[in-house]
Design a protein around this ligand. Structure first.
Ligand code: MN
Length: 284
C-alpha cells in the first residue's frame, strides 16, 4: 500500500467519523423506540389469523354463480426419496379463502381503480390503526344482527371519532364457531350472519376508513343480497377504494382503540385479494 493510498484511507475514515450517524442508528429515533418496545414486550403482537387447512370454510354462492375452490395441500417431499433432506408442499386455494384481504377491484364498483389490485395497493396503507366495535352481545342474541350507524355513533361517544385511515373491526365472537356449518350458518333463506347495513357502510366511507374487518366468512351481512344496494360492504367500500378483511379471529383480545394492524396481502398481479397473516400490535 502506498502512502498516498493509506493517507486517502485515513482521510476517508476521518470524514466518515465526522458525519453524525442517523438518530435511528443511535437508538434515539421513533423506529428504535418501537423496536425497544417490542423487545421489552411493552408492545404485544396478537395474531388475528385463522389457520388455513383443507377444512377451512369458504363462502357458498347459489347456482348458477361460480364458487371458489377450497384450500388444498399436497406433499412434494418429506425427508424421503422424493427429497431426502427437505419437506415442502404445493397448495392451492381461491384468493378469498380463510383469513383474507378484499382488494377494491374485487367488486365491480372498484374495477377501474388504478391502485385497487393486490399488486398496486399502496404499501403505506398496509399498516394502520384499528377501531374495534364490540357487537358480541348483539351477535350472540341475534345471528342476523345488523350493524347500524347508531353502533358507530355510540362507540364514538365513548372513544372519540374514528380517525381517517383506520380499520373498523366488528367483534362478534363469530370466530369461536369452530364447526364450519355453524360458522357459515346457511339456512333456507341464505346465511344467517351479522353484518353492516348500507347506512352503516356509508358512515364508514364518510369517516374515510382504511377498511372494514369482520370475523365471518365475508364482510357483508348474510342477507345482504336483499339490501339496497346489494352487498353494501363490498359495493360501497370497494367503490370508495376501501379494503375488507374477513375471517379474523382474536378480536376479543384487542382494545377499542390503540391497536395497529399489519395487513399486506400477497402481491398477486391483478389479484382481487389474498389469504394473509393479520397481525395486531397492542401496547401493554
Ligand atoms: Mn373476500
Amino acid at each position: 500500500m502506498t502512502d498516498a493510498v493509506l493517507r486517502r484511507g485515513i482521510l476517508a475514515a476521518g470524514a466518515a467519523a465526522a458525519i453524525p450517524a442517523p438518530a435511528s442508528a443511535q437508538g434515539q429515533g421513533a423506529l428504535a423506540a418501537f423496536l425497544a418496545a417490542l423487545a421489552s414486550r411493552r408492545i404485544e403482537i396478537i395474531d388475528l389469523t385463522q389457520t388455513l387447512h383443507p377444512g377451512t370454510p369458504v363462502i357458498q354462492l347459489p347456482p348458477p354463480l361460480a364458487n371458489t375452490e377450497p384450500f388444498r395441500m399436497s406433499e412434494i417431499s418429506r425427508y424421503d426419496a422424493r427429497g431426502p433432506a427437505w419437506y415442502w408442499n404445493n397448495f392451492s386455494c381461491g384468493e378469498h379463502t380463510g383469513t383474507h384481504f378484499d382488494a377494491p377491484i374485487h367488486w365491480v364498483t372498484g374495477r377501474d381503480l388504478p391502485d385497487g389490485a393486490t399488486d398496486t395497493l399502496p404499501p403505506a396503507r398496509m399498516i394502520a390503526p384499528a377501531c374495534v366495535i364490540d357487537c358480541s352481545a348483539q351477535a350472540a342474541a341475534d345471528e342476523r344482527f345488523v350493524f347500524e350507524p347508531r353502533h358507530i355513533l355510540e362507540w364514538e361517544s365513548r372513544h372519540g371519532r374514528i380517525p381517517a385511515g383506520s380499520w373498523v373491526l366488528m367483534r362478534t365472537d363469530w370466530s369461536k364457531r369452530s364447526d364450519p356449518a355453524a360458522f357459515l350458518n346457511m339456512r333456507a333463506d341464505g346465511p344467517h350472519v351479522p353484518g353492516p347495513s348500507a347506512a352503516a357502510v356509508r358512515l364508514l366511507v364518510e369517516r374515510d376508513v382504511n377498511g372494514w374487518g369482520v370475523e365471518a366468512v365475508g364482510t357483508d351481512h348474510g342477507q345482504a343480497f336483499s339490501f339496497e344496494p346489494p352487498f353494501p360492504a363490498h359495493a360501497l367500500l370497494h367503490g370508495a377504494n376501501k379494503y375488507g378483511l374477513a375471517s379474523l379471529t382474536n378480536l376479543d383480545r384487542l382494545p377499542p382503540t390503540g391497536a395497529a394492524l399489519i395487513t399486506p396481502p400477497l402481491k398477486i398481479r391483478g389479484g382481487s385479494g389474498s389469504p394473509l397473516r393479520v397481525l395486531a400490535l397492542v401496547e401493554r
